[in-house]
Design a protein around this ligand. Structure first.
Ligand code: NAD
Length: 435
């Protein structure tokens, strides 16, 4: 099929490259000219495993193309996806202006056969609203607007897109549903469940699913706190919980609070939808506050471990909001590092992929390419991101580089016995204190 994707960010670029890999002809359009120029010269603007090869392969065989302009180049498309950003507004609801602008831009150029598909995560009722907008601009009712929310995760975006748990097709008319079913036929043949429903259901499925996953994280973080009080081990508790197939093991690892481009924004939007319909989502409202408080509390804990923070030196290992991405949006580091600096601490940092993004957001931090150099004469080391490299740290080298002895592991990557055997004081989350 001929497909156009508006927005070449994490979701748009991954969707475009994967659909091309499946044999469709895809044109990705982004208003950011520098981004498009970089992609064309095979330098991807985001770090995402496997994506670079996929883009290169499909560029080479002419199934994938890129442009920064919308015009007659979209008029033969059967499906036009909107995959632009939907950031949070101050009131928690989302800013729909990027989706609106993209819809206004495509509307005059759509062919009669086209359906617009909203891939961005949008509030309940958006597909209907965007359809009315397009009808007003074009002066005809031919174009349908469907909803096809995306569930991929940064860090495993290509794998998630290619092996989805399910595909949700929200369509209020048969024509757009038929087109989307055809687009994803290869998945359905492989046995991937394809849920066909209305646009408003599809929009709410995305938010309810993300809110539920965020609740799982918030829940295990509170269980971890309880384990600390009770001198229990959250690793064993979460394993015992997760082996119950009704619960499952995913999203049951405690950490420094969820971050990233989705959970914080999507939980706020879900709560805003609840308020709008007079059905407050109190569980999620509480979670949002707790998650922010957790980041502040964990910063305070670092300061307590330092004793006298003024003039202290702390090394942060990992600033990205999670491993395998360079995305810094709402990362725990953005809440924790400024609190340390405010208390007079010198902060040094290392991240295998997020250094460039993070250094712009945390300008007062000293950056290093090597975790051991970053740890030179540090009083404390804090692991904030679960990069595999940090699991395999050479603890002798680390201990030798430091002037203090405190290793704070907010991802529970290491084992207490190992760390203590190297003469270090170990602080982790929800596990019994090292003796
Ligand atoms: P992003 O910020 O990485 O990319 C958005 C892109 O859209 C940018 O490159 C921007 O230049 C472009 N853009 C904005 N307005 C445009 C316009 N009018 N015309 C053309 N291009 C335009 O965002 P993302 O992370 O890819 O997220 C996109 C949407 O998908 C959001 O609604 C997000 O909530 C949702 N989503 C994201 C993820 C994720 O893991 N990132 C997962 C599922 C869903």
């Amino acid at each position: 099929m001929k497909v156009v994707i508006i927005g070449a960010g994490y979701v748009g670029l991954t969707t475009g490259a994967c659909l091309a890999e499946l044999g469709h002809h895809v044109l990705c359009i982004d208003i950011d000219e520098a981004r498009i120029a970089a992609i064309k010269s095979r330098k991807l603007p985001v770090y995402e495993p496997d994506l670079e090869n996929l883009v290169a392969r499909n560029l080479d065989c002419n199934r994938l193309a890129f442009s920064h302009a919308i015009g007659s180049n979209i008029s033969d498309a059967e499906l036009v996806f909107l995959a632009v950003g939907t950031p949070s507004r101050a009131d928690g609801d989302i800013d729909l202006s990027y989706v609106e602008t993209a819809a206004r831009n495509v509307a005059p150029h759509l062919g009669e056969q086209a359906a617009v598909v909203i891939k961005s995560t949008v509030t309940a009722g958006t597909a209907k609203y965007i359809r009315d907008l397009i009808v007003r601009i074009r002066g005809d009712r031919a174009i349908d607007v469907a909803s096809n929310p995306e569930f991929l995760r940064e860090g495993s975006a290509v794998r998630d897109f290619m092996k989805p748990d399910r595909i949700v097709i929200g369509a209020d008319r048969n024509a757009s549903q038929v087109k989307l079913v055809e687009l994803y036929a290869a998945f359905e043949r492989r046995g991937v469940p394809v849920l066909k429903t209305t646009t408003i259901n599809a929009e709410l499925i995305k938010y309810a699913a993300n809110a539920f996953l965020a609740l799982k994280i918030g829940f295990i973080n509170q269980v971890a706190d309880l384990c600390e009080g009770a001198e229990a081990d959250v690793v064993a508790v979460s394993e015992g919980m997760g082996l119950d197939s009704r619960i499952g093991r995913a999203f049951l690892s405690p950490g420094p609070g969820y971050g990233g481009s989705c959970f914080p924004k999507d939980t706020r939007a879900f709560a805003a939808i609840g308020r709008r319909y007079g059905q407050p989502q109190s569980l999620v409202e509480t979670l949002i506050g707790d998650n922010e408080l957790r980041k502040t509390n964990l910063a305070d804990r670092i300061l307590e471990e330092l004793g006298n923070p003024e003039g202290g030196r702390v090394t942060i290992l990992g600033t990205a909001f999670k491993a395998n991405t360079d995305d810094m949006r709402e990362a725990a580091a953005l809440a924790i590092v400024p609190k340390l600096i405010e208390a007079g601490v010198e902060v040094r940092a290392h991240d295998p992929k997020a250094r460039f993004q993070a250094s712009r957001l945390l300008p007062d931090v000293l950056w290093y390419d090597c975790p051991y150099e970053a740890s030179d004469a540090s009083d404390a080391i804090v692991i904030l991101t679960e990069w595999e490299d940090y699991r395999r740290l050479d603890l002798s080298r680390l201990a030798g580089a430091m002037r203090g002895d405190c290793l704070i592991d907010y991802r529970n990557l290491l084992t207490s016995d190992d760390v203590v055997a190297h003469g270090l004081h170990y602080v982790s989350i929800g596990r019994p204190k090292a003796l």
